[in-house]
Design a protein around this ligand. Structure first.
Ligand SMILES: [Zn+2]
Length: 188
């Protein structure tokens, strides 16, 4: 999801609490800044916005928050801050959040949507592996990941800290797609 920091609406409190969470040292095994650089060249090649990355226990699986000072912060939930989180999961999330810079929120049927129909068209083009990514996320975190239609986000329940997760191998999902049905857009 995407939010301009100065806009006042029902999400403000949530974003403020998100930003106030302690930032964690990344435990991941990839260069996330390098990943962002390569994807922004194809998704937002004209944009000069500076994009930061933060890992925090922020309630949402991921989101991007833009400031008026010309930078944006991608928040990754702490549950993803693990060396065994597949690179493809980070890749999809980075792509999704950068598309929020490319495709602004707009009103659809009288309601402000941060994921208007054209957003999903762009996501299909830029992130062909998104189906596998969602299967990985749902399969690994099924007991704590929930979709919030109203806020257009995927939340991580607080109880996630009580459990030790095993981060399954990516290839299990690539090889078993026929097991899954992907009938809904999932939101970040
Ligand atoms: Zn989103």
């Amino acid at each position: 999801m995407f939010k301009k920091a100065t806009e006042k609406n029902k999400l403000d409190n949530w974003f403020d609490s998100c930003k106030d969470q302690p930032h964690e040292l990344p435990l991941i095994s990839i260069d996330i800044n390098q990943m962002i650089s390569s994807h922004r060249m194809r998704i937002i090649p004209e944009s000069l916005i500076k994009v930061n990355v933060v890992f925090a226990d922020c309630g949402s699986l991921a989101c991007i928050c833009k400031s008026d000072e010309g930078y944006a912060t991608i928040f990754f939930h702490s549950i993803l801050n693990n060396a065994d989180t597949p690179v493809q999961v980070f890749e999809h999330i980075v792509i999704h959040e950068l598309i929020h810079i490319r495709v602004p929120s707009r009103e659809v049927d009288g309601k402000m949507k941060s994921h208007p129909p054209e957003f999903w068209e762009e996501e299909k083009i830029f992130s062909p592996e998104r189906i596998y990514v969602w299967e990985w996320l749902i399969d690994n975190f099924y007991d704590v990941v929930r979709r919030d239609e109203e806020k257009e986000m995927t939340i991580v329940l607080r109880k996630w800290r009580k459990k030790k997760y095993t981060y399954k191998d990516w290839w299990l999902y690539i090889n078993n797609l026929e097991r899954y049905k992907f009938d809904k857009e999932m939101v970040l």
